[in-house]
Design a protein around this ligand. Structure first.
Ligand SMILES: Cc1cc2nc3c(=O)[nH]c(=O)nc-3n(C[C@H](O)[C@H](O)[C@H](O)COP(=O)(O)OP(=O)(O)OC[C@H]3O[C@@H](n4cnc5c(N)ncnc54)[C@H](O)[C@@H]3O)c2cc1C
Length: 498
């Protein structure tokens, strides 16, 4: 079948019955509910983009079977293949200015890496590894839109899953049957869950043996009886005027808690379970992390470029760009953009051997880019808040332009030379959405947490880092200083002797 259009994607969401709860009510049809209208339109737009003659060659490739499929499933044999993947990530990120974390290429990259690394699951025996490969082909060939839920709900973080107040507060296996696994409990959180086709369930590495019953890899269609999603309070319920909230009313991603109520996961859809060491090893070494971190870093760069551009326009509009300390702060942000670009050059130039004759972007480079996005993004937002200051708070509604006070609006909201009131108001509204609105706070939180807990990620980086070069320099320095000290200690004696 191959790539779908946006219309086909939306039609697909109408098949089956999905259970989505929003503000105390069950959503009858996510494709017509106003709260999902904008994310749906943006996602559908990305499906259509694959058919656009301008972008088709970058966004797609032809499988040996003849299907035209998404580039996030492109196996990499050469550096050009990695470069093509990077170019496709960029084309996918630009329409939403990097704000949509769960564009289809993100989980496409995760699943592609999982399948590419499926040999790591062979020690499980049975059909698990093969099930994963077949599932990845199915998703690729049918252009399926995935979400994922990898984290257990917080509940009580001082206890593991087995120790929670209820045995199945966290998603776990109730029993095995001849048909598959019966699973019960919750996972958090599934971004875009209400309008995704399927959900991929897996975990972070380093899970404890006592949580064996909560450790598995499987995928299920969202429209499965017993799968229930509870949406967080929407920041845009479809009623906000895009002119007043150019970012918040356009780029809302929904997030849900996803509950499995004794759902049967057929064996075909189970890719791993009941073996903590093998599953931990799979999560530590599969190339899904390489490809998805690469995607996240490219998307992150687009996002940084956009907010830095916004920052530049804001300081131009309020005339503060002439002040030295403001120039210094914007210059600092330019550094961040340029550093991100450097990580992405390494992603291709220093590619490494992967599984089965493939190559992969080095995790250190792409993961550094991905983790830096989070730090840089929140710092740029802090600077935007500092230089935008109270100006962002006092912007009127766009409706005021069409009211009896419109001349006041034109006069009193004008900016520095050459920036009229309308441009300044539009700019500052955009800036406020990004750094003051709930939408903007979620964006900061998304970058901080979507890749897992940054504290443990950084600690893992330190623990697993090849320290030989850094420590070697220190060893040489110690050696040379100790000789230096010896010389100095000997010097007075020599002087005395003389
Ligand atoms: C906007 C947004 C979108 C997201 N989308 C998705 C998604 O689509 N799919 C998905 O699966 N996840 C998603 N996530 C969830 C994300 O994976 C988690 O937020 C992240 O893994 C951190 O987990 P947590 O929020 O439970 O924080 P916690 O793990 O509870 O961490 C909170 C604090 O407690 C500390 N802490 C907690 N436990 C320990 C411990 N055992 N040892 C040491 N310190 C600890 C942490 O260091 C941290 O400071 C999203 C998150 C956000 C904010």
């Amino acid at each position: 079948m191959g790539i779908r259009t946006g219309k086909e994607y939306i039609q697909g969401l109408r098949k089956g019955t999905r259970e989505v709860w929003l503000r105390g009510e069950r959503v009858a049809d996510v494709t017509t509910h106003p709260a999902f209208a904008r994310p749906l339109a943006h996602t559908a737009g990305l499906f259509d983009l694959q058919h656009d003659p301008v972008h088709r060659d970058v966004l797609t490739w032809r499988t040996p079977g003849g299907d035209l499929v998404g580039t996030s499933y492109l196996p990499c044999k050469t550096k050009e293949d990695i470069a093509k993947r990077a170019a496709a990530y960029r084309v996918m990120a630009e329409p939403t200015l990097g704000m949509m974390g769960r564009s289809p290429d993100f989980l496409g990259s995760v699943l592609h890496g999982f399948a590419e690394s499926s040999e790591l699951l062979e020690p499980l025996g049975g059909d698990f590894a093969n099930n994963l490969r077949e599932y990845a082909n199915y998703v690729r060939d049918n252009d399926v839109f995935l979400t994922h839920a990898i984290i257990t709900p917080q509940n009580d973080r001082s206890k593991n899953s087995a120790g929670q107040a209820d045995e199945f507060l966290h998603l776990g296996v109730v029993r095995e049957t001849s048909e598959g696994l019966i699973v019960r409990g919750a996972r958090m959180l599934a971004t875009m869950g209400p309008i995704a086709d399927e959900v991929l369930i897996y975990s972070m590495a380093n899970q404890k043996p006592e949580d064996s019953n909560y450790l598995f890899v499987f995928a299920m269609p969202i429209a499965t009886p017993g799968i229930r999603q509870i949406c967080r309070e929407p920041y845009d319920d479809g009623t906000r005027l895009a002119a007043n909230h150019p970012m918040a009313a356009n780029f809302e991603d929904s997030d849900t808690l996803i509950i499995f109520d004794d759902v049967l996961v057929p064996w075909k859809r189970v890719f791993a379970h009941n073996n903590v060491p093998v599953i931990n090893d799979f999560h530590a070494r599969n190339t899904g992390k390489n490809h998805s971190s690469h995607q996240a870093a490219v998307r992150g760069l687009v996002k940084l470029e956009f907010v830095v551009g916004l920052l530049m326009e804001v300081v131009k509009a309020n005339g503060s760009e002439k002040f030295l300390h403001v120039q210094q702060m914007v210059g600092e942000c330019v550094h961040y953009v340029e550093l991100m670009k450097s990580c992405l050059v390494r992603a291709i130039a220093e590619c490494e051997p992967g599984f089965g004759g493939t190559i992969k972007p080095p995790l250190l480079a792409v993961n550094t880019g991905r983790m830096l996005t989070s730090r840089f993004y929140s710092r740029i937002i802090e600077i935007l808040q500092t230089v935008g200051a109270g100006g962002m708070q006092m912007m009127p509604s766009m409706e005021d332009f069409h009211s009896p006070i419109s001349t006041d609006i034109e006069k009193y909201y004008q900016g520095a030379t050459g920036v009229d009131a309308e441009k300044r108001i539009r700019l500052f509204k955009m800036a406020w959405d990004i750094c003051g609105d709930a939408f903007g706070s979620r964006q900061v939180q998304y970058e901080r947490y979507h890749q897992g807990d940054p504290v443990r990620n950084m600690a893992g980086l330190f623990m697993n880092y090849d320290k030989s070069v850094c420590e070697g320099l220190v060893a040489r320095a110690i050696e040379s200083t100790s000789q230096d000290i010896l010389l100095k200690l000997q010097a007075p004696k020599m002087a005395l002797a003389a």
